[in-house]
Design a protein around this ligand. Structure first.
Ligand SMILES: [Mg+2]
Length: 183
């Protein structure tokens, strides 16, 4: 029986930790999780809003843990990323990396992606998604550095692009809208 109580406590602790990671420590302050005859009761303050079996509790934990991972991924915002990218930018032209070098490199990295896809489609190789993700990262790096050379924040570049696409395709992409767009 003591062993079972320990098992229950593990689930309660996991839920509380996942909740705090997903919503922040402050939001988790009043969180209560109790166990009673096969049911986990979950509440904030004195309001009980969930009554679940262990299987559902496991799903809730997984969802919260996933949300916490996504939240962490969001933490590297574009401008922060750009500043980090500049740390290793090669200075071939005085203080700034040369635009020629950057644009050739962007095309070169795009070529590396094309090569992976070509090998997959025409040579029967398994698509190396891991390698692909690194090549996308290389493109992102050159993009960030080139934007910096011309004085743009990466977030500004992203916002302008989204604004342009919203103008062109207010209802999402369609071939018809593409044929009839103004510029
Ligand atoms: Mg590369």
């Amino acid at each position: 029986m003591a062993e079972y109580a320990e098992h229950v406590q593990v689930w309660i602790d996991r839920y509380k930790a996942a909740y705090a990671a997903a919503h922040g420590q402050d939001a988790a302050t009043g969180l209560q999780v109790e166990y009673d005859r096969g049911w986990f009761k979950i509440g904030i303050g004195d309001h009980w809003d969930k009554n679940v079996r262990q299987k559902e509790l496991a799903e809730l934990c997984q969802n919260l843990e996933q949300r916490a991972v996504e939240k962490q991924a969001d933490a590297l915002d574009m401008d922060e990323y750009q500043a980090l990218a500049m740390r290793t930018a090669m200075k071939t032209d005085g203080e700034k990396p040369a635009p020629e070098y950057l644009s050739l490199s962007l095309a070169g990295e795009a070529g590396e992606i094309a090569e992976l896809i070509k090998k997959h489609v025409y040579h029967g190789h398994a698509l190396n998604v891991h390698a692909l993700s690194y090549e996308l990262g290389d493109i992102q790096w050159y993009l960030a550095v080139m934007a910096n050379v011309y004085g743009f924040d990466l977030s500004e570049i992203a916002r302008r692009n989204i604004a342009k696409l919203k103008r062109r395709y207010p209802d999402g992409f369609s071939q018809e809208a593409s044929r009839n767009r103004e510029e």
